[in-house]
Design a protein. Sequence first.
Length: 360
Amino acid sequence: MTSSGWDSADFRDRVQAALDAFLEEQAGRLAPLGPDAARLLDEARAAVSGGKRFRAAFCYWGHLAVAPDVADRPAENDALIRACASLELLHASALVHDDLMDASDTRRGRPATHRQFETDHRRAGWRGDPEQYGGAAAILLGDLLLSWADELLRRCGLPAEQVAPALDVFDLCRSEVIAGQFLDVSVQARGLADVDAAMTVLRYKSAKYSIERPLHIGAALAGAGPGTMADLTAFGLPLGEAFQLRDDLLGVFGDPAATGKPAGDDLIEGKRTVLVALALDAAGPDEADALHRALGSDLDEAAVQRLRGIIDASGAHGQVESVIGELAGRAVTALERAGVDDRARGVLRDLASAATDRAV
């Protein structure tokens, strides 16, 4: 229960139930394809299980910010929950593809999708390259989840004329996150850590699709006009940037028991995040060279600790914490000025705190 009285745990349960029901429907459709399709569905279920459901929550309260009475209309509210759940399918798609591109071994404490299918191949003793099979399966599952995200939004149960404006935002959201992901891949390939480039990646790969666009989709479903959309951008975009900067810190300093990822996972994957860019700019020549050379290599715990020390000593850790606070403060100030429902404002304020003050 949040300080504003919203039962966030019940909301997460309702989103999970909507996802489970949708995947059961898809399982029936794909049953004629046999056990391989069933394995794909099992991995889809795993990909959409658990999580913080921030994207669904921001979509829901973006809607109630404009149309608060929907909470009192059960059938319409259930349809809205399904629309919000579509964003969790989009998120799952992005994570499956992201883990493959980053060669990540784990996700939320279990094998990443490509690793799971790779293991299945090895255990079965099949022909061909297990890694190639795992990669192919992850690409296809990510594509399927992306397709299903669009389908669930279109068939959420709200009238087509209500859904159409939200689909326009959803189209933009998908284009932004995919292009942002390619920008990220290109930045890593070039081995550059320019702060401006890192911020652009952060904004389009994560910040917009995590908070701003979910707010817009929810508001579009409620018939919001340009003024409300602008108000939600003023709140959602800086908050999304703060949210991802917190992820960047957790990717280096997070506790594996909480994050489900190895210690210093972003350093092992060689991610050129804003945190790393700032550290490379501020560290001494020898320390910066050591950090640059170590990024993307197989680091043991002692090496991770040394790199954490370089980042801390450079002042980058503290600088990112300061920027998170500044961005979150800017977002909340914009929220207080926004022309939205007062209860929604209170819940969105709570969500802003949860998105930025977290250890996972």
